[in-house]
Each structure stands twice: as C-alpha cells, then as structure tokens.
Design a protein around this ligand. Structure first.
Ligand SMILES: Nc1ncnc2c1ncn2[C@@H]1O[C@H](COP(=O)(O)OP(=O)(O)O)[C@@H](O)[C@H]1O
Ligand SMILES: [Mg+2]
Length: 234
C-alpha cells in the first residue's frame, strides 16, 4: 500500500479540495485509517482569534478527522496570494520545518494521508521550494486534478510534463466538472500516457465555502478508481 497521495492540480480553483476530501472520505468509508493535510494555505479567514483555512476545515469535516487544525494546516497566511507573496506582505517567514514535522506526526497517526497542495506544481512556497518539491520531499505519488474548460488539455499536459521532469510519480488524473463519456478524457489519456481515474460532474450541493459535500462520497465509491490510488506502484 502507498503511504499517501499528494493531490495537485493544473491550476487553482480546479477542485483539488473537493476531490482530496472525497478521496479521504471514501477511503475512510472503506475502512482505511486516513488522515488529511493542507500543508500551506493562503486566503485564510479570521475566526475568533485564529486564522482558519477554508480548505483545511473542509478536509477535516468531510474526512471526519479528529486531528488538530494546526497539524492539518501548519502554515496559513491571510492574503489570497501565492505563499511567497503572502508571506512578504505580512512580514512572515515561512518555516517549512513546521510542515515536515506535522507531516511526520500525521503519518504516525494514520496508515494513509491525503495531502492537498496549493495552486499548481510550480507555485513557490518559500524562497527555495515549489509545490513540486513538497510532494517530492514527502515522497508521495501525485494525482493531478484538472477541470473541464477550453485550455484544460494544455494546462493538464504542462502539469504532467512538469511532474515527469521532477521525477514525481503520477498515479493518474481526475477531471472535475465533466460528465462521463466525453472525448476530452480519451484525448488527455492519449497525450499524457496516464490514466484518467474518474470524472466528476458539476453538482450544486458541493461547496467548499459552505462545507457541503452533496453525494460525492457515494459517487466516488461507484465511479472513482480508489484502489489504483491506494495500491503500491504506478
Ligand atoms: N464538482 C463540483 N461541483 C460543483 N462545485 C464544485 C465542484 N468541484 C469544485 N466546486 C467548487 O469550485 C470551487 C473550487 O473548488 P476547490 O476544490 O476549492 O478547488 P481548488 O482546491 O483546486 O482551489 C469551490 O467553490 C468548490 O466548492
Ligand atoms: Mg483548495
């Protein structure tokens, strides 16, 4: 069995949180001791005394995680900018040691971790690391989430090329906002040489902001190739 999966995307806003959450919740429903993590977030909202990331809260809720939010999301910044810019604007130095130690602690508590990146693979998270380096350092294979829009094939294939050039292990792709049986699926598989593990249609009952999940876990159980993600090997 793999020790986790790193969920990245072809862009921001493509559905990483929704899909990472659904993967974790489906694995949990199938009896796996699974934890969730959103190592670095920006655009955090102040709730009481603390800044909270919507993504981290969503992942915690849908996966029924009892881990502390500080561990799930060790680095959160308020401005809705790339991490390096958000850090500069607030005068904060991003200390990735906090991420590595939280990751280790979560690994000791769980058999499998679903980790959501931030933006895409080439988002800088500090002066020396991109998101791709974080996936590499965690030694996790990746799933690439993309969303159906004009330009999606280009963004998806660019992400695949980037992952390959950085020796990341790609488990497959998940296409959001798309009904099954679309020719885009065959096109992406043909040119990327990686499998599309599933497609997710738009669903009004899904909202990260409102923390609502619709029937996504039921859908994942039936339609997404979860075993391929959990099982060791490509
Ligand atoms: N399948 C879907 N149906 C309806 N809304 C969705 C779906 N997937 C994502 N969304 C919405 O689209 C927005 C972006 O999704 P999100 O998972 O937050 O993307 P990312 O994590 O890549 O930034 C959110 O507001 C989310 O609620
Ligand atoms: Mg997200």
């Amino acid at each position: 069995m793999e020790k986790g999966i790193f969920v990245t995307g072809s862009d921001t806003g493509v559905g990483k949180t929704v899909i990472a959450g659904a993967l974790a919740a489906t694995m949990k429903a199938q009896g796996l001791n699974v934890g969730v993590m959103k190592p670095v977030s920006t655009g955090a909202r102040k709730i009481g005394e603390k800044f909270v990331s919507e993504d981290a809260r969503y992942l915690k809720e849908i996966a029924g995680s009892v881990d502390e939010l500080d561990l799930i999301n060790p680095i959160r910044l308020e401005p809705p900018l790339a991490p390096t810019l958000a850090a500069r604007k607030t005068g904060i130095t991003i200390k990735l040691e906090k991420v590595w130690s939280a990751f280790k602690e979560l690994q000791s508590r769980h058999d499998f971790l679903v980790v959501e990146g931030i933006g895409g693979l080439m988002v800088p998270i500090d002066e020396d690391h991109f998101v791709a380096d974080m996936a590499s350092k965690m030694d996790l294979p990746i799933v690439i989430v993309c969303k159906y829009y004009l330009g999606a094939i280009n963004h998806t294939l660019l992400t695949v090329e980037c992952a390959k050039s950085r020796n990341l292990r790609i488990k497959g792709l998940i296409i959001n906002m798309l009904d099954k049986e679309n020719e885009v699926v065959t096109e992406i598989e043909k040119f990327s040489h990686f499998p599309v593990l599933g497609t997710i249609p738009p669903n009004k009952n899904i909202s990260v902001a409102n923390c609502t999940f619709g029937n996504i876990v039921e859908y994942f159980k039936q339609e997404i190739n979860i075993l391929r993600i959990i099982k060791k090997g490509i």
